[in-house]
Design a protein around this ligand. Structure first.
Ligand SMILES: Cc1cc2nc3c(=O)[nH]c(=O)nc-3n(C[C@H](O)[C@H](O)[C@H](O)COP(=O)(O)OP(=O)(O)OC[C@H]3O[C@@H](n4cnc5c(N)ncnc54)[C@H](O)[C@@H]3O)c2cc1C
Length: 382
C-alpha cells in the first residue's frame, strides 16, 4: 500500500492544480452567477487532457488509475470544485459505459465521443419519491417488440440540460428489479425540465427528466441488473467526490491564511494571533487526515479489493471534515464569509453539497454499520 506519492503522482496533481489556478479560479464566480459553464471551459479541459482520465487507454482514455484520477480531481478542485465535480461525474459515467457493462456495438460506437468529452453524460437514479433508498424507484420500463417503453421521471440529475446521453435506472418487473438503459437526448417522449438553483455548483445544470412512453431500443440496454450496477457506479463516486472536497478544503485554508496575513486589526495582521494560528493548525491536520483517507481509498480500489465499506468511510469522514474546515474558514473571513458568491462562501456551499451527493452522510453510516454488525455476529458465532 503506497504511503508516499511517486513523482508521477505528484506531477499529475500539480498539473491539475496549476491548470485550475490559471484557468478556473479567476472566472469561477462569474460562471456561478451566470449559472452556465462556457463552452471554452470544456474545450480547455479537453485540450489539457482532463476528459477520460480514469478510463483505460484501450477505450480512448488517459489510463490513469484510481489514485491518479483522485489526484487530478483534487488538483482541479483547488481552483473550482464545481468544475471538478462536473468533469468527475461525466468521466465516471463515460468510463463505466465503456468498461463496466456488456454493451452492444451501437453503444460501443458512441463511447469514444463520451470519453473525449465531445458528448456529455448524465446519471439518473434519484426520484422525488426517494434518493437514499433507490428501491422507492417508480420510473418503469416495459419490454415490447420495439424496445423498452419507459415512463416516469428522475429528479436531481446533474448536467441534465447539457448532456447528450443519460444512464437511467428504472424498474422493469423482472427478478433483478431494475434495468439500466442509455437514453439519448431528443428521443420522442423524453423531456428535460427545470434547472434547479442550488446553494452552489450552479455552473453545471441539475434538473428533472420526464419519460412519457420513451421507446428505448434493446441495443441501448446497459445492464439487466441496473440496481447492482448503479450501486457500483456510486462506489466509484464515493472515491472521487471526497478527493474534490479535499481540494476545496485546501483552497479554503490557503485563501483564509492569506486573507488573515493581509488584514490588520489592533495593530497587527490577524494571522499573528496565536488563537487563530492554532485554529488553522487544527484545520490543517484535519485536511491532511482527509487527504490520506482519500488516497488510501483510491489505492485500495487500485489493488482490486472490494471498497464499498472503505468508500463509505471516505464519503463519511472527508465531507464532514471539509464542511468543518470551510465553515471555520468562512468565520475567519468575517463579513466576506457571509457574502453571496465570494470564494469562501462557494467553498462552504460545495462542502454542504458533498455531504449529500452520491449518498448522504447518514447513508454512509448505514453502509459502515452493516459491516460492523456482520463482523461482530460472525466473531461471536465462532
Ligand atoms: C447538487 C446535487 C446533485 C445531484 N446529482 C445527482 C445525479 O446526478 N443523479 C442522481 O441520481 N442523483 C443526484 N442527486 C441526488 C442525491 O443523490 C440525493 O439527494 C441523495 O441521495 C439523498 O436523497 P434525498 O435527497 O431524496 O434525501 P432522502 O432520501 O429524502 O433523505 C432525507 C434525509 O434523511 C436521511 N435518511 C434517509 N434514510 C435514513 C435512514 N434510514 N436513517 C437515517 N437517516 C436517513 C438522509 O441522510 C437525509 O439526510 C444530487 C443531489 C444534489 C444535491
Amino acid at each position: 500500500m503506497p504511503v508516499l506519492l511517486t513523482e508521477r503522482e505528484r506531477d499529475i496533481f500539480l498539473k491539475a492544480k496549476e491548470f485550475s489556478v490559471r484557468y478556473l479560479a479567476p472566472e469561477a464566480a462569474q460562471w456561478e452567477a451566470d449559472r452556465k459553464l462556457p463552452d471554452k471551459v470544456r474545450k480547455l479541459l479537453q485540450d489539457h487532457g482532463f476528459f477520460g482520465v480514469g478510463a483505460p487507454v484501450e477505450v480512448g482514455g488517459k489510463g490513469c488509475n484510481y489514485l491518479e484520477t483522485a489526484l487530478t480531481y483534487e488538483g482541479l478542485a483547488y481552483g473550482d470544485g464545481g468544475v471538478a465535480f462536473f468533469i468527475q461525474l461525466h468521466n465516471n459515467i463515460a468510463f463505466e459505459i465503456a468498461t463496466f457493462y456488456d454493451t452492444t456495438d451501437k453503444v460501443k460506437a458512441l463511447t469514444p465521443d463520451m470519453i473525449k468529452g465531445n458528448k456529455l453524460t448524465c446519471f439518473a437514479l434519484t426520484e422525488k419519491s426517494g434518493g437514499s433508498d433507490p428501491t422507492m424507484t417508480e420510473a418503469s420500463a416495459e419490454l415490447k417488440e420495439d424496445g423498452y417503453h419507459v415512463f416516469g421521471h428522475k429528479d436531481w440529475a446533474s448536467d441534465s440540460l447539457d448532456a447528450d446521453y443519460f444512464t437511467v435506472i428504472v424498474k422493469d418487473g423482472t427478478a433483478k428489479g431494475m434495468v439500466m438503459l442509455l437514453l439519448e437526448k431528443g428521443m420522442p417522449g423524453f423531456t428535460i425540465a427545470e434547472d434547479r438553483q442550488r446553494i452552489g455548483g450552479n455552473a453545471m445544470s441539475c434538473g428533472t427528466l420526464h419519460f412519457d412512453d420513451v421507446v428505448v431500443p434493446r441495443e441501448n440496454l446497459l445492464s439487466v441488473d441496473g440496481f447492482k450496477e448503479a450501486l457500483k457506479a456510486i462506489d466509484v463516486a464515493r472515491v472521487f467526490v471526497p478527493a474534490i472536497a479535499v481540494g476545496v478544503a485546501q483552497r479554503a485554508l490557503d485563501i483564509t491564511a492569506d486573507h488573515l496575513a493581509r488584514r490588520v486589526t489592533f495593530g497587527q495582521p490577524i494571522l499573528k494571533n496565536q488563537a487563530v494560528q492554532w485554529q488553522l493548525a487544527e484545520l490543517t491536520a484535519l485536511v491532511q487526515a482527509a487527504r490520506w483517507t482519500v488516497y488510501h481509498t483510491a489505492s485500495l480500489k487500485d489493488s482490486g479489493e472490494r471498497v464499498s465499506t472503505q468508500a463509505a468511510v471516505n464519503k463519511l469522514f472527508v465531507p464532514n471534515a471539509v464542511l468543518k474546515v470551510t465553515l471555520e474558514c468562512a468565520q475567519l473571513f468575517g463579513a466576506e464569509g457571509c457574502a453571496w458568491n465570494s470564494e469562501i462562501t462557494r467553498c462552504v456551499n460545495l462542502a454542504r453539497i458533498f455531504k449529500v451527493v452520491d449518498g448522504t452522510i447518514e447513508v454512509q453510516k448505514i453502509v459502515i454499520a452493516r459491516g460492523i454488525e456482520k463482523d461482530a455476529f460472525a466473531r461471536i458465532a465462532q
